[in-house]
Design a protein around this ligand. Structure first.
Ligand SMILES: [Zn+2]
Length: 139
């Protein structure tokens, strides 16, 4: 059984140290105090790869379902909001449905239907992706 510090576990699982602590708190990761450490640091008992992937995938799916897919591609919120098919947890480099790319993304809260990129909208509809109609500002 492999036991790693939070820092090493974070690197190995490719998630932030904060997430590792969060998983320990929620019981998704098991951890114990290092008996050889003066400060009683935590050691993460590493899950088997398959076991972890299942859990992590469920977490990603949940995250994916909970946030909007429409984003502004520039900080001035000009032009159109685009549809992001996949969200990453860290180091997001947005890749929109229409092929448009941007270095970052900005919340589309309060956008109107006219501001939605037509190409993104058509592709999302074709693929049966959720359109988040309730986020559109009415009137
Ligand atoms: Zn687009």
């Amino acid at each position: 059984m492999e036991k790693l510090t939070i820092q090493d576990a974070s690197r190995k699982l490719n998630i932030s140290q904060r997430d590792v602590r969060e998983y320990i708190r929620s019981g998704d990761l098991k951890a114990e105090r290092d008996p050889n450490s003066e400060h009683g640091r935590w050691l993460v008992i590493m899950p088997s790869e398959g076991e972890w992937q299942d859990k992590f995938k469920a977490y990603l799916d949940e995250l994916d379902a909970s946030i909007t897919r429409w984003w502004w591609a520039n900080e001035h919120r000009q032009g159109y909001v685009h549809y992001l098919e996949n969200t990453g947890i860290e180091n997001v480099e947005p890749n929109y449905l229409c092929g448009h790319r941007s270095e970052n993304l900005w919340s589309s809260a309060g956008h109107t239907i006219e501001q939605r990129c037509m190409e993104c909208l058509m592709q999302a509809t074709e693929k049966g992706l959720p359109l988040f109609e309730d986020e559109i500002k009415k009137g």
